[in-house]
Design a protein around this ligand. Structure first.
Ligand code: SF4
Length: 448
């Protein structure tokens, strides 16, 4: 049945992709929200059809590892039955339609979308954009990696993660508008401004223009900009209905959106005057087992609003926790093995799947990250990547260890003037030598 799908290496709900440790199934979550009942269904499905290992991704999604051969369809059906599929898709839907609808759900929001009273609630706009894309058959041709970001101005958001299209809310007198950018992120310069009511129509026109120019070979916005230029893209968008981008607005000249403090993902934080808010923690290196996910679902029901929110830092939040309940929730998370403070070295390390699960990996990055945790200097942050694809981090970490061979890594230090991971500090280091080199180096710009 899966052979009917267009080829892609990008896993999804119905596109279970082969990996070294079995099939890999990715579950896209709207705004990173996972209801307690869905979390239980996810945990049960991971045990019934896979290894029971679950991962939090850097796009605030979840994935199930080790799907057993022959059980892919049953897993997808179980997840769709739990309400984890795209809107309008059920177990009887054609697989191509389910797959296309699933792959058009790449709209990333802040983990605090709709929760932060000081920010614009972007959840309705995100749902409208996804609905618009899923209704138009042509948009099924977009790459499964083509992604949008909507920033509501929340106090915590991954704003340095590049997206094909990004939107960032700004108040303009009594009205709401969105700065818009392409192939980048809201910490960079926008190309124009959209009135809130014009966003869906204008993004629709832009997507048509992208597909007109992309041809068969280009899958991402950056490719179209390089091949054809911004003006050609915008000119083409004008030919696809109402395209209302304001390009000479005064707000563009003073645009500034800083990256948020990533440490806000951890610990207890008030959002309201009564002290209620959210509690955040992260599983070591983004991995959970099914029993822990069950326990988190129960905790969210007992102390929060019966939801979990996955963050792009491979961590999670329990929203709507009363101030008096926060200390007990933090302790409960600690007992479950989650990390609630940046002081813990594993809060400052990320690692891709590594050689136990990925044939491309030149090292067991997860195991090496555990070793590095024991040696990591205070405050240092590092990313271990098994190859150049950098699956665990879409942003640049202060230090990156790029595997060259088992237990050996090139060490890079973030440097905005250098491409890729940054400046090469030293090649082919053991974990011990890398830890020593990190300790000797001045930190790059703070990782926010
Ligand atoms: S970064 Fe490379 S080695 Fe690591 S999971 Fe991705 S493809 Fe595999």
């Amino acid at each position: 049945m899966l052979a009917a799908l267009r080829p892609s290496a990008c896993p999804g709900l119905v596109r279970v992709v082969a990996a070294r440790d079995g099939g890999l199934c990715r579950i896209r979550l709207a705004g990173g929200v996972l209801h307690a009942a869905q979390a239980r269904a996810l945990a049960d499905a991971a045990l019934a059809h896979a290894s029971g290992v679950l991962e939090l991704t850097n796009r605030a999604n979840m994935q199930i590892r080790g799907v057993r051969a022959g059980e892919e369809a049953a897993l997808s059906a179980a997840l769709i039955g739990a309400g984890l599929g795209p809107a309008g898709v059920d177990a009887t839907s054609a697989i191509e339609r389910a797959c296309a609808a699933d792959e058009l759900r790449n709209v990333m929001l802040s983990p605090l979308a709709g929760l932060d009273p000081a920010a614009c609630d972007t959840t309705t706009l995100a749902a409208a954009l996804i609905d618009m894309m899923q209704r138009e058959a042509r948009f099924a041709a977009l790459s499964p990696k083509f992604a949008l970001l909507i920033d509501g101005g929340e106090r915590m958001a991954m704003r340095e993660h590049p997206h094909d299209i990004w939107l960032a809310a700004q108040r303009h007198g009594a009205t709401l508008r969105f700065a818009a950018g392409l192939a980048g992120c809201p910490t960079e310069a926008p190309i124009g401004v959209l009135a809130a009511d014009d966003v869906c129509g204008s993004i629709r026109a832009l997507l048509h223009a992208f597909l007109d120019l992309a041809g068969a070979d280009i899958t991402r916005m950056r490719g179209v900009l390089v091949a054809h230029g911004l003006e050609a893209l915008l000119h083409r968008a004008q030919q696809h209905g109402k395209f209302s981008l304001m390009r000479d607005d005064a707000a563009l000249r003073t645009w500034r959106r800083d990256a948020s403090d990533a440490d806000l993902r951890l610990g207890a934080h008030a959002l309201h005057a009564d002290g209620s808010g959210y509690v955040g923690a992260q599983p070591a290196l983004g991995r959970l087992d099914a029993a822990t996910l069950h326990a988190l679902a129960a905790l969210a029901e007992a102390a929060g609003d019966a939801t979990l929110r996955i963050t792009p830092w491979q961590s999670l939040l329990l929203p709507n926790v009363a101030a008096r309940a926060m200390p007990a929730v933090l302790e409960h998370l600690r007992v479950l093995g989650l990390i609630g403070t940046r002081a813990a070295p594993l809060a400052r390390l990320i690692a891709c799947t590594g050689s136990t699960g990925c044939a491309k990996s030149r090292a067991d990055t997860k195991a090496d990250a555990q070793r590095l945790a024991a040696l990591l200097p205070a405050d240092a942050e590092a990313h271990l990547s098994g190859c150049e694809r950098s699956c665990a981090a879409a942003h640049r970490a202060p230090f990156t260890l790029l595997a060259q061979a088992p237990e050996h890594y090139d060490l890079y230090r973030r440097d905005d003037a250098a491409p890729g991971f940054g400046q090469l500090v030293a090649p082919n280091l053991t974990i011990e030598a890398a830890a020593q080199a990190i300790a000797r180096r001045p930190r790059s710009t703070p990782d926010v």
